[in-house]
Ligand binder design. Structure first.
Ligand SMILES: Cc1cc2nc3c(=O)[nH]c(=O)nc-3n(C[C@H](O)[C@H](O)[C@H](O)COP(=O)(O)OP(=O)(O)OC[C@H]3O[C@@H](n4cnc5c(N)ncnc54)[C@H](O)[C@@H]3O)c2cc1C
Length: 415
């Protein structure tokens, strides 16, 4: 490997920061440049829709490493300039400020950006998305008691915002175009429980509802639906999903398919360029399909793996996906890909806590969704992760019977 050149990481988010550190941990002594454009050091996003909205966390507490850490590690961090082009022939990244940085290996960790709604009024003040600390601080300032808020999209971000806003004394309406919440993430029985919880907290949740336009003069005053009804509001949060930031990869000729296409080792079509985190669309060996994950743990796992493979390793990204969401006093944890299941088995793990296991049509455990208190679901979800990794075919009766320890299934698998 050409040691004159640097390891360059494009994207100063969670995955980028962890990858930079992992390169050092893996023994890389040469230059590392981490390039971001958010004008601040990389930080974790999960608290933004939880503690930061509630005013319990300051966005600055979300920083992954402080300035001194990067200095000590000899990691050159650029926080205020986007990479605008990659020259694959000459192996350098060109920055918006005119600089060029040579690389021997480059990691694309450019993450994802919120989808917006291209309808009339979309740029009125009072309409927000939530991805960055700036977004979170702006929304937090607007969550005042008595305010009427419309959340567009019953995905995890929208529902977390709704939960925080209810706690701040706001009145909430969630409108969703699909027939139910969290369509791609969990089975209907799980999303129904979550929606019922919101309704019990006074949130109006409406499905099969299309937005026609945002209404208002100098600021949003309502959202007009496809049937002509206008729901009045003081604030709207658009939570209709994200799209991977693939422009840079596409512009330099790398294949893109709902993310930057990589193989199972996170290498793109160019062996000097890797992708990881929210932007990465990779072949998942456990599920025999291309997946792109949008979760904290994937950013952690793939950062470590990409770093190791940038240094010549050949590790495979076969981690079982794991995601969590906190809403009101409950937590939701998801292992694997429950959407691939054709049968759902429920296990009561506490008075109101439940774990729903998803079995594929040939009986393989492909996912598990827990809803309840952390203490009552986390252990079973952890064991489910191990079972999914082993592509176990557990008996539905055992999964459902809370008197049988789930761990016994792992032991049975090992025999
Ligand atoms: C509000 C919120 C709450 C969340 N809550 C949870 C949760 O509870 N549980 C969970 O598992 N996951 C959660 N997530 C998801 C999790 O935060 C993401 O999966 C994770 O941030 C992905 O990390 P990443 O580094 O791949 O991408 P990002 O965090 O998006 O970072 C990518 C960075 O690259 C930068 N960038 C893009 N293009 C360029 C360029 N050309 N040049 C330079 N820089 C560029 C971007 O500005 C960004 O800073 C949440 C996400 C959000 C937004």
């Amino acid at each position: 490997m050409n040691l004159d050149k640097a390891m360059v990481i494009v994207g100063g988010g969670q995955c980028g920061a962890r990858a930079a550190h992992a390169l050092r941990l893996n023994g890389w002594g040469g230059p590392i440049t981490l390039i971001g454009k958010e004008r601040r050091l990389p930080y974790e996003r999960p608290p933004l829709s939880k503690g930061v909205l509630l005013g319990e966390w300051d966005a600055s507490q979300c920083e992954i490493y402080g300035e001194a850490f990067y200095r000590e590690q000899g990691i050159d961090v650029i926080v205020d300039s986007a990479v605008v082009a990659i020259d694959r022939q000459k192996q350098f990244a060109r920055l918006g400020d005119g600089r060029s940085i040579a690389y021997s290996r480059l990691l694309l960790a450019t993450g994802a950006a919120p989808r917006t709604l291209a309808v009339s009024g979309h740029d009125l003040p009072g309409i927000h998305v939530l991805r960055t600390d700036v977004d979170a601080n702006e929304i937090a300032r607007e969550l005042l008691p008595g305010r009427r808020i419309v959340v567009i999209g019953a995905g995890f971000i929208g529902l977390e915002v709704a939960a925080a806003a209810v706690r701040k004394g706001c009145s909430l309406t969630v409108v969703e175009a699909a027939p139910r919440a969290l369509m791609r993430a969990v089975p209907a029985c799980v999303s129904d429980l979550i929606v019922n919880m919101h309704r019990a907290m006074g949130v109006e949740v409406r499905f099969d509802v299309q937005l026609r336009r945002f209404v208002g003069d100098s600021r949003i005053s309502g959202v007009e639906l496809a049937d002509g009804e206008t729901v009045p509001c003081d604030l709207a949060i658009v939570g209709v999903g994200v799209q991977p930031c693939v422009d840079l990869a596409a512009a330099c000729g790398l294949p893109v398919d709902n993310g930057v296409v990589t193989d199972v080792t996170l290498r793109t079509a160019d062996p000097a360029i890797f992708a990881a985190g929210d932007v990465c669309s990779f072949e998942h060996p456990l599920f025999n399909r291309r997946v792109r994950l949008e979760c904290w743990k994937n950013a952690e796992d793939q950062a470590r793996m990409a770093a190791s493979n940038m240094l010549g390793g050949d590790e495979e990204s076969r981690f079982v996906p794991w995601f969590w969401s906190d809403q009101y006093d409950i937590t939701i944890q998801i292992a694997g890909l429950p959407s691939l299941g054709s049968t759902t088995i429920v296990r009561e793990t506490g008075a109101t806590s439940r774990v729903f296991f998803a079995l594929s049509s040939d009986g393989v455990l492909v996912g598990a969704s827990g809803i309840g208190t952390t203490g009552e679901i986390a252990k079973d979800i952890r064991i489910a992760q191990d079972l999914i990794a082993k592509q176990a075919r557990p008996s539905p009766a055992t999964l459902a019977d809370r008197t049988v320890k789930l761990r016994s299934l792992l032991v049975a698998e090992a025999q």
